[in-house]
Write a protein that binds this ligand. Structure first.
Ligand code: BGC
Length: 809
């Protein structure tokens, strides 16, 4: 069942009923100011950091599920309604929500009145602009009252939810005409404030939630709106809000627009006050002056649209597959931007207060983002590198505002260091910019080194942390955060995530071994390009040794083992009672090329198909763990079929798909791609439940009661990895150190396709022809009329356009 449709020409998803199975959200903002907005106008805003600089309050774990947002109420006689349906939930005559690239547009109508809200974050200001247009479609005049509503968060969203004895007394407001200022804590530890303004005179306002809602009421029936009369309340403590009342008379056919601005303003210490106790509003006035008229809004909105069009033009495909075109050209790239900005911090499933930027997460997010804005990827790599310790290990997370490692979580995840090589290598392949390697970056525990030195320490960390079989020690966990093989020392009740850096001398990870082969080789290639021959040779020796170890100690007979636990017992083996085969080592070892020439790669992938595949995607492991295993940790704490315990973890499905392209099976690679691809799941939204335009972290596996139900949409490494999979491995346009490589691996019936790809300042127009209906192989490559040997388009400095024809054969 569908709840809307794709409007590809406008790059929008159009939701046609507010009652979607779960809130279907969008992200407004590209850089500093962000708003999460649901299809019923729920959500919240923050500046840079969802934990520390939260502007508006979201009420988690509430009923209805999606609670609090920037709401507009329209009072039309006795009727009160919202253009986005919530919170009043009055049945509307019509409803539509269009989620677009960096904006959302809501249109509701009732009794001949329509209200359209367009919300977006302009490119160059720290604010969200919402233009509401009210239209009288009837034949009689309409007397209406419009009320706006946001609830302020007292900045630190974590403290906001806990420290009531203090927080209920600290709220402070200022009102100036139609602008409501939220200045809690401004007198002492803050130099910023928030504001909510409208571009016309108001007939009243409220800033006290209690006054606005009335006792024992809620945003679904606020007393002020129901009575049609603002109370001009000024909050002192308790829960400050901002609400405007505007009375409007509309003649038949008449429309009026209102421009609301929700903004964040920062003052320098010396310019904090205008008069004792009165905040300096100069910057606020300047900002507001830029959003006063419809023209102003149109201009800023047009700039945003142009920005996105330009960004996405860096990779555009035309193929016979509508779903592929729309995911590649629009939604997958869009989600890559969102995951780059948010890492795993703020979504409807990530509270914005717990997890900041993940080390491994952000490195992987780069893989799908780097082609969009390489300069920002560069900056990010250097930030991430500074969360590394001198011995090559790393903090697992850092806070975006402070860029400091998160000491509560600490480090000890032994895959983390290698992801830094992955991200950096992707950046260099994309840009050819080796100068990043000379940047000097500090180590978190003192000292500094060039980025190349950081990569070297990442590489050496694995080399110097091996276990009894010569495989990498797993530490607290590897990619699979929940495979805690050293956690048997945890005390009852202790969290899996918080106890010490229990590396343990025995537990080993086959997965990290696969990573080491892949990224160790990329490290060697970088060293070679820098003319560091000895380092490259040494690295390749280490990689070769790991390759052999994986095929010996890491091989179970029909597939790759997952690990050895702290007692030296096999994990992910046919000898195990449960959890006999895991997805991660099959995907990663094969995509790294391990076992390809020995025939083991194909055997491993055949085992995946036989044992892990399902109609909704490849499950993480089988058979699911039915009881808790202390020696395996959190993974066995999940009910069978959910999350890492045999759920369909979307993140590593593309690894298997990529692995299939490595052995040339384009049909199977694409079959795997389609199974978790949201655009292909639109028609079963009542089962899948999350947004059909973005990937979710997880789909419940076959063992679950809710097989096929997705969860944790938006913030997942799936976005980057599926984009890498489809754009580089299936469609086959691969940035490499030497230039753009054309290496498609598609189903035999995929047909010809064309791609426009921006690469190192030039535009490549690529045509892939497949007259023989093959799955892999390029027999001829013609670049600007000339036939080229091999399948890499030679890069010519200064050349701005390339016309490339690749014929499969
Ligand atoms: C985390 C990833 C991790 C994955 C598997 C996600 O929630 O963000 O870092 O690799 O779970 O455990």
């Amino acid at each position: 069942m569908k709840y809307g449709f794709f409007d590809d020409a406008s790059c929008e998803y159009v939701i046609t009923t507010p009652e979607t199975p779960l809130p279907w959200i969008n992200y407004l903002g590209c850089k500093d100011f962000f708003t999460l907005v649901s299809n019923t106008c729920g959500g919240y805003s923050f500046y840079k950091d969802a934990k520390l600089l939260r502007l508006t309050r979201y009420r988690y774990n509430n009923v209805p599920y999606d609670n609090n947002g920037q709401y507009f109420y329209i009072k039309d006689g006795a009727d009160v309604w919202n253009p986005g349906w919530q919170p009043v939930k009055r049945t509307l005559d019509s409803y539509e929500c269009r989620h677009g690239l960096g904006y959302s547009r809501f249109t509701g109508s009732l009794n001949q009145v329509s209200a359209q809200v367009l919300s977006f974050v302009p490119l160059n200001d720290s604010c969200e602009v919402s233009r509401l247009v009210l239209t009288n479609n009837g034949s009689a005049a309409k007397e209406l009252s419009l009320f706006s509503y946001v609830e302020w968060c007292l900045w630190n969203a974590d403290d906001d939810m806990k420290n009531f004895q203090r927080n209920l007394s600290i709220g402070e407001m200022e009102i100036e005409g139609s602008t409501i200022y939220h200045k809690t804590e401004y007198r002492e530890r803050r130099n910023h404030y928030a504001l909510y303004s409208v571009n016309c005179p108001v007939d009243g306002f409220d800033t006290s939630r209690d006054a606005f809602l009335g006792a024992y009421r809620s945003p679904s029936d606020p007393a002020v709106v129901m009575n049609g009369k603002a109370s001009n309340s000024v909050a002192h403590g308790w829960s400050p809000i901002a609400s405007h009342q505007i009375n409007v008379t509309l003649a038949p056919g008449e429309s009026r627009s209102f421009i609301f601005v929700l903004a964040y303003v920062e003052n320098k210490e010396e310019e904090k006050w205008e008069a004792p106790g009165i905040i300096n509003k100069t910057k606020a006035h300047e900002l507001l002056s830029r959003y006063q008229s419809d023209d102003d809004v149109e201009k800023a909105y047009a700039q945003l649209k142009e920005y996105w069009q330009e960004l996405l033009s860096g990779y555009q495909i035309q193929s016979g597959c509508e779903e592929v075109n729309r995911m590649v050209n629009i939604w997958n790239q869009y989600q890559c931007m969102v995951t780059f900005n948010m890492s795993r911090s703020a979504s409807y499933y990530e509270s914005g207060i717990g997890r900041g930027m993940g080390f491994r997460d952000s490195c992987q997010d780069l893989l799908g983002f780097v082609h969009l804005i390489p300069e920002r990827a560069r900056e990010r790599i250097l930030d991430i590198a500074s969360a590394q310790f001198g011995d090559g290990s790393t903090y697992h997370q850092y806070q975006p505002l402070t860029k400091k490692g998160n000491a509560d979580i600490g480090g000890g995840f032994n895959d983390d260091p290698l992801w830094l090589i992955a991200g950096t290598s992707a950046y260099i392949k994309e840009t050819g910019d080796f100068s990043i390697l000379d940047e000097v970056v500090t180590f978190d525990d003192g000292g500094e080194g060039t980025l190349f030195e950081h990569l070297t320490r990442s590489f050496r960390f694995t080399v110097t942390h091996k276990g009894p079989h010569g495989l990498p020690l797993i530490g607290r966990a590897d990619w699979n955060d929940c495979l805690n093989l050293n956690c048997f020392s945890a005390q009852p009740g202790e969290s899996f995530q918080t106890f010490g850096p229990s590396e343990g001398p025995v537990a080993e990870s086959v997965f990290i071994g696969g990573m080491f082969v892949k990224y160790g080789e990329e490290y060697a290639a970088i060293a070679e390009s820098l003319g560091k021959k000895e380092i490259a040779e040494d690295a390749r020796r280490e990689v070769a040794a790991m390759y052999d170890t994986l095929l010996q100690a890491g091989w179970d007979g029909d597939w790759f083992l997952r690990a050895y636990d702290a007692y030296g017992q096999k994990v992910g083996s046919s000898e195990c009672e449960e959890g006999q085969i895991f997805i991660e080592p099959q995907g990663f070892c094969v995509l790294a090329g391990v076992g390809v020439k020995e025939g083991k790669a194909q055997q491993a992938l055949d085992s995946v198909k036989e044992r892990l595949d399902s109609k909704y995607g490849i499950m993480l492991l089988q058979p699911a763990y039915t009881r808790y295993h202390l020696e395996l940790g959190e993974i066995t704490s999940y009910p069978p079929g959910y999350k890492e315990n045999a759920g369909i973890f979307c993140h590593n499905n593309p690894w298997v798909s990529i692995a299939e392209t490595v052995i040339g099976r384009g049909g199977r690679a694409f079959e795997i791609y389609k199974k978790t691809c949201p655009a292909y799941l639109e028609g079963i939204s009542e089962i899948h439940r999350t947004e059909p335009y973005c990937y979710s972290q997880m789909i419940a596996g076959r063992d679950a009661a809710t097989f096929g139900e997705a969860k944790n949409s938006w913030l997942t490494g799936t976005a980057a990895w599926t984009f890498v999979n489809i754009s580089q491995y299936i469609l086959g346009i691969q940035p490499s150190l030497d230039g753009l490589c054309i290496n498609p691996c598609v189903p035999a019936d995929f047909g010809d396709f064309t791609i426009t790809r921006r690469f190192r300042g030039a535009v490549y127009h690529i045509e892939v022809k497949n007259p023989g209906h093959l799955e892999k192989g390029v027999s001829s490559l013609i670049v600007d009329g000339e036939t080229i040997e091999g399948n890499v388009v030679p890069f010519v400095e200064g050349k701005k356009e390339y016309h490339v024809t690749a014929v499969m054969g």
